[in-house]
Design a protein around this ligand. Structure first.
Ligand code: KG4
Ligand code: ZN
Length: 337
């Protein structure tokens, strides 16, 4: 079954053709990041406009690269939640129009479920159940993936998402948006023990996250140094901060795995590209857990992961009608169509 999948939840306009949920025939991503960089973050109004401009070309390119006509496509899939509402609406309306014009089924896909599904592409043998750490610019969850479309969140962030925590700390050091990627690179050259960082925890909720204390600590450290006119090493601050965030993510994730008896662990979302997170989990899981991570090109937002999840949504009978709406906030465990 060939699915044409569309993603426009944030600042990438993306489309892909994916066969049977696991085989990527094409994957086209048009990023708006250079424009949002000018403003230090995603400007929703600009994002929607750029999606509207790019979507026809991106979908066309995805079909061409897959050497596939619209006739040969079996279903149209689209990210409908969660995300920036104006951005989501562009993809949803385009997909609805295509589905209506071609008479093909329309498959609604939850953005975080699709991040998890990026692993089905990178690891053909991977099947639920497993425990997943989903870390993106907007979310930080520990989720029990009981089946392809049956998930339960057991840990979540109380404030910033992990990606946001990286981006905000990076911004305080003058690293342009989205700073998480650059901070990760700079941290590779720093000493992670140079600056002591707090060890956060959420009392009474061992699997929950809170990054605001860490973020404030690093921002205060930088401002303090600047006010006193003292030098500080950006690579050392990046490395110390990254170490603290990654330890927090790994500690809670592995505690949940141990408490709940999981042996298969999966990570997903933009932050799953973080080099230290990947190294640290690989090390700590060795001999104890089977660890799966998406290939780096599938960690950020893309259409292929939407096509992968869409296949399983389709098998579960999740087909939308032409009244499908975009939804800005929606728990991963729920459907809204
Ligand atoms: O999943 P994603 O592409 O978009 C959302 O759904 O939010 O995640 C984007 C986030 C950004 O905050 C970005 O800074 C972060 O993922 N990110 C990273 C790395 N690559 C992307 N954070 C830390 N280290 C990285 N290597
Ligand atoms: Zn995402």
């Amino acid at each position: 079954m060939k699915i044409l999948a569309i993603e426009s939840s944030c600042d990438e306009t993306a489309a892909a053709v994916v066969e049977d949920g696991r085989h990527v025939l094409s994957n086209i991503v048009a990023s708006q990041v250079e424009e949002h960089k000018l403003y230090g973050g995603v400007v929703p109004e600009i994002a929607s406009r750029r999606h509207a401009e790019a979507i026809v070309g991106v979908v066309d390119e995805a079909l061409n690269a897959a050497e596939c006509t619209l006739n040969e496509i079996d279903a149209i899939a689209v990210t409908y939640a969660p995300g920036l509402i104006g951005a989501l609406l562009v993809g949803v309306n385009f997909a609805k129009g295509l589905a209506l014009a071609t008479g093909k089924p329309l498959i609604p896909v939850h953005h975080l479920r699709s991040h998890i599904a990026s692993n089905y592409i990178s690891h053909q043998e991977l099947k639920p159940p497993f425990l997943c750490l989903v870390v993106s610019g907007g979310h930080s969850h520990i989720a029990q993936v009981r089946d392809y479309t049956d998930m339960k969140v057991i840990g979540r962030t109380r404030d910033d998402a992990a990606g946001e925590a990286f981006d905000k700390a990076a911004r305080a050091m003058g690293i342009p948006y989205p700073g998480g990627v650059e901070l990760d690179k700079i941290a590779e050259t720093g000493d992670d023990k140079a600056y002591p960082m707090p060890r956060p925890r959420v009392d009474g909720s061992p699997y929950d996250f809170s990054f605001s204390g860490l973020k404030t600590a690093v921002i205060n450290l930088i401002h303090n140094k600047q006010q006193k006119g003292e030098d500080f090493s950006v690579p050392d601050v990046c490395a110390s901060y990254r170490r603290a965030v990654v330890n927090f993510l790994c500690d809670n994730f592995l505690k949940a795995a141990e408490d709940l008896g999981y042996r298969t662990l999966v990570i997903a979302g933009g932050v799953s590209a973080n080099s230290l997170l990947r190294r640290e989990l690989t090390e700590r899981c060795r001999g104890k857990y089977d660890l799966y991570m998406p290939e780096k090109y599938l960690c950020g937002d893309n259409g292929a992961m939407v096509g992968a999840q869409a296949y399983y949504e389709y098998l579960a009978g999740h087909i939308a009608k032409s009244d499908l709406n975009a939804v800005a906030t929606l728990p991963i465990s729920e459907n809204c169509f």
